[in-house]
Design a protein around this ligand. Structure first.
Ligand code: URA
Length: 253
C-alpha cells in the first residue's frame, strides 16, 4: 500500500473526519511507531506502521457504515459531552461501530443527522467547497415580507461574512409566526438562526429535513436506520458530481 498522509489514514479508519484528525495530530494525540507526530503533512504506511490515537492502535478494517438519525431536541450532536448532557450516542446503543456526526445540529434543533465512520464521506459532505444543500423547516417570529425574502436570497451580512439562502418559501402561517422551508449550502455554526435573526425574525423551532439527496421522511423522532443501497448510491453520485464540478471550475480559473 505505500505512504499516505496520517490524517487521511485516520479518516479512512473511521477515527474522525479528516479535519478532526488534523486537530488530533496537532494536539499530540497521535503516534506512529511510538513517536508522537504533532505536525501536519507527515506520512505513514497504514499497513506496516503502528499508528495509535490516545494510546490505542487504530483498527484498519472496520466496515464503512452510515446511518440516519432523527435527532430530538435536547440532545447534543457530538458523541461526548464533558458536562454529561444527553448526546446522540445515547440513541445509537445498538450500533457497534464508532460513528460520528456529519456536520452539526444545535442542541435545541431536531431532524436529520447522518452519522458515519467513513471519514472521506464526512469530509466531502461537510467541506464548504462542495456546497452540499441542507433543507430546514424553521418556525420564525412574525411574518416575512417579500422584501425580506429577497434580502435572504441576495445575502445578509453576518459577523463571519455574508450568507444567503438558495431558496426559501413560507408554507404555513399562524397569527404571530410562520413556518418557512429554507435551503442553505453551508454548515457554519447556527447559520439558519443567524440568517433569520439578521432580518428581524428569530427562529423559535428548527428541523433539518434533507441533507444532500437524503430525506428524513417519516422516521420517528429519536429513531435511526441504516441508509438504503439506493441512498448510498445517491450520496456517492452527489459527492462525485460535486468533485467533478469543482475540478471543472478549477480548470476554468
Ligand atoms: N443552522 C442553525 O442555526 N442551527 C442548526 O442546528 C443548523 C443550522
Amino acid at each position: 500500500m505505500g505512504l499516505e498522509r496520517i490524517q487521511k489514514i485516520l479518516a479512512r479508519a473511521g477515527v474522525a473526519s479528516r479535519r478532526e484528525a488534523e486537530r488530533m495530530i496537532l494536539e499530540g494525540r497521535v503516534s506512529v511507531n511510538g513517536q508522537v507526530v504533532d505536525q501536519l503533512g507527515l506520512k505513514a504506511d497504514p499497513v506496516r506502521d503502528h499508528i495509535k490515537v490516545d494510546g490505542k492502535r487504530i483498527l484498519r478494517l472496520e466496515p464503512k457504515r452510515t446511518v440516519l438519525l432523527n435527532k430530538p431536541r435536547g440532545y447534543l450532536s457530538t458523541v461526548k459531552d464533558p458536562l454529561g448532557r444527553p448526546t446522540v450516542k445515547d440513541l445509537l446503543q445498538k450500533v457497534r461501530e464508532r460513528l460520528y456526526p456529519i456536520g452539526r445540529l444545535d442542541f435545541d434543533a431536531e431532524g436529520l443527522l447522518l452519522l458515519t465512520n467513513d471519514g472521506e464521506l464526512a469530509h466531502q459532505l461537510t467541506h464548504p467547497k462542495y456546497s452540499i444543500p441542507r433543507t430546514y423547516w424553521a418556525k420564525v417570529e412574525g411574518h416575512l415580507e417579500q422584501q425580506e425574502l429577497l434580502w435572504l436570497k441576495k445575502g445578509v451580512m453576518l459577523e463571519d461574512g455574508e450568507a444567503r439562502v438558495n431558496s426559501i418559501r413560507v408554507f404555513r402561517k399562524a397569527e404571530k409566526s410562520c413556518w418557512v422551508e429554507a435551503v442553505v449550502t453551508e454548515g457554519r455554526n447556527h447559520l439558519v438562526k443567524r440568517i433569520f435573526s439578521a432580518v428581524g425574525h428569530p427562529v423559535v423551532k428548527l428541523k433539518r429535513v434533507k441533507f444532500g439527496p437524503i430525506r428524513l421522511g417519516d422516521l420517528p423522532v429519536g429513531h435511526w436506520r441504516p441508509l438504503t443501497e439506493e441512498e448510498k448510491e445517491n450520496l456517492r453520485k452527489t459527492t462525485d458530481e460535486r468533485r467533478g464540478k469543482r475540478e471543472r471550475e478549477k480548470e476554468d480559473d
